[in-house]
Design a binder for this molecule. Structure first.
Ligand code: NAD
Ligand code: IPM
Ligand code: MN
Length: 351
């Protein structure tokens, strides 16, 4: 089998619009290189959930793992589902159920005009955040006591395991070694979370000893948030916990021009993995041909690169960067085009 089999889950809101364009880009790049990419759509979304009561079919994860090379997802979230049930079942369902412990979020400024920082150049914003993706505050353990009364108690447990912490830290170091990146920052809040983040500290010290060629340091997450906007060029590789990683990658997206520019992969090395833009479903701008498709298109490139289609991935990245430099973009990054037209500008460069 020389082709790729991709499961496509557009999801909700702008997810549908940006994934349509990412799929067009995948078709175009496959055609140009004479290779095959099979795209199989799945309608797992708020619409389907509200209509049928089913968020993801029972055998969904098994089917994905058995029949596809990767999953491309748009976004999950809809105001008609206030408890976010379908998103929890589908998105977190895949992250946890497929044990996608690496959330890989590259941060790269494509053009100086996109960065809100004075004087920042593309060379100053070029790093990768590794976010732990299967535990921490996302495990949904906890509960309510005396719910709805003045005496209510509510808890969410921050669960950290030695195995979970070690494998994400090790992955970040291995990535740095493999890609020639020289600096790694581990970020936590061990000055307050004296149990869970002490585990991060101890594990970090052990793992870093195996990578003497990499300059490894530590930063509390509050300081990391400041340093990211004060002087992003000091960063090369960052590794952090699930919730902190969620927050700092939105800050990092801001450095690239906004959420519309940011790509991500949810990865279990050697197993089926899930790729999605960092942004959500953005209900207020959905269905208006406004959403920036670049986050989703760069996500498709990240997916191809992960699957070994490095030339095709590089071609997409180059077409995106070229379109950005020519300002053939949506309004969120200073252009005047719609979603379809901004994607068409990239497709033209791929033809
Ligand atoms: P959001 O990412 O949808 O939007 C945040 C801001 O960024 C908004 O101003 C939005 O207009 C802007 N934005 C985001 N993507 C953009 C794009 N491609 N082009 C132009 N502007 C863009 O986050 P939110 O508003 O906090 O959440 C909306 C819904 O999405 C919620 O239900 C949330 O739970 C969900 N969500 C899902 C994912 C996911 O599926 N991975 C990620 C984040 C949020
Ligand atoms: C993200 C999103 C998700 C997260 C939400 C939708 C559960 O914000 O992928 O960054 O918090 O991980
Ligand atoms: Mn997020």
């Amino acid at each position: 089998m020389t082709g790729l089999r991709i499961a496509v889950v557009p999801g909700d809101g702008i997810g549908v619009e940006v994934i349509r364009e990412a799929c067009a880009v995948l078709d175009a790049v496959a055609k140009a290189s004479g290779r095959e990419i099979g795209l199989t759509p799945f309608d797992w979304s708020a619409d389907t959930y509200l209509e049928t009561g089913v968020s993801m079919p029972k055998d969904g994860l098994k089917m994905l793992a058995g029949s596809f090379d990767a999953i491309l997802l748009g976004a999950m979230g809809d105001p008609r589902v206030p408890d976010n049930r379908h998103a929890v079942d589908i998105l977190l369902g895949m992250r946890f159920g497929l044990d996608l412990y690496v959330n890989h979020r590259p941060v790269k400024l494509l053009d100086a005009r996109l960065c809100p920082l004075k004087g920042a150049e593309p060379k100053d914003v070029d790093f990768v955040v590794f976010r732990e993706n299967t535990e921490g505050l996302y495990v949904m353990m906890g509960g309510n006591f005396k719910k709805g009364t003045p005496d209510e108690v509510a808890t969410d447990i921050d669960l950290n395991t030695r195995k979970g912490v070690e494998r994400i830290i090790r992955h970040a170091f291995e990535f740095a070694r493999a890609t020639g990146r020289k600096k790694l920052v581990m970020s936590d809040k061990s000055n307050v979370l004296i149990h869970a983040h002490d585990l991060w500290q101890r594990t970090f010290k052990e793992v870093k000893a195996e990578f003497p060629e990499i300059t490894a340091s530590h930063m509390y997450v509050d300081n990391l948030s400041l340093q990211l906007v004060r002087d992003p060029k000091q960063f090369d590789v960052i590794v952090t916990s699930n919730m902190f990683g969620d927050i700092v990658t939105d800050i990092a997206a801001g450095l690239q021009g906004g959420l519309g520019m940011a790509a991500s992969g949810n990865i279990h090395p050697g197993k089926i993995s899930l790729f999605e833009p960092v942004h959500g479903s953005s209900p207020p701008i959905a269905g208006k041909n406004i959403a920036n498709p670049i986050g989703a298109i760069s996500t498709a490139a990240l997916m191809l690169d992960h699957l070994g289609w490095t030339e095709e991935a590089a071609r997409i990245d180059a077409a995106v960067a070229d379109g950005v430099r020519a300002s053939e973009t949506t309004a969120d990054v200073g252009g005047s085009l719609g979603t379809r037209e901004a994607a068409a500008a990239i497709l033209r460069r791929l033809a």
